[in-house]
Design a protein around this ligand. Structure first.
Ligand code: FES
Length: 154
């Protein structure tokens, strides 16, 4: 199902927990690394490997915004839409990105480079508005700083 390296990583993960299902979150990251997103096959495979029901794996995948169930761009731009960020202009930031990239929320640019989404609180409320790009956080973003961030990635 996975590369030999990733199969070994999953075996290693499972060995760290008293109950196999406890490895679900890092195992999903491995699945995502392997295929770019969590496929239907990943959900079934990890359910078997971790002694879980398919719907239990599906529930975990769809609960956390760090996992994707469909192909996404190389860079995931996630704008926090929770209260502090909303009050600090997150909606304007999201609209700015939509116009700049020519794609809406939950869409990917035609070149497959960027996917824009809105997510719940990223934990940096005092530095709102916050934009997460893959695993990097950018606080107190403005239209100008977003342009700079996207410009470096483009
Ligand atoms: S409300 Fe946006 S980081 Fe908490």
């Amino acid at each position: 199902m996975y590369s030999v390296t990733n199969e070994k990583k999953i075996d290693e993960l499972i060995s760290h927990y008293p109950v196999k299902r406890s490895a679900i979150l890092p195992a999903l990251f491995i699945a995502q690394e392997e295929h770019g997103y969590v496929t239907d096959g990943d959900v079934k495979y990890l359910a078997e490997r971790l002694d879980m029901r398919v719907n239990e794996v599906e529930e975990v995948v769809t609960f956390y915004t760090m996992y994707s169930r469909k192909p996404v761009g190389k860079y995931k731009l996630q704008v926090c839409r929770t209260l502090s960020c909303q009050l600090a202009g997150a909606e304007d930031i999201a609209h700015h990105i939509e116009h700049k990239l020519g794609c809406g929320v939950n869409q990917t640019t035609a070149d497959g480079k960027f996917t824009l989404s809105e997510v719940e609180c990223l934990g940096y409320c005092d530095l709102a508005p916050v934009l997460q790009v893959n695993f990097d956080y950018h606080e107190s973003v403005t239209a100008a700083s977003v342009d700079e961030i996207i410009g470096k990635l483009a």
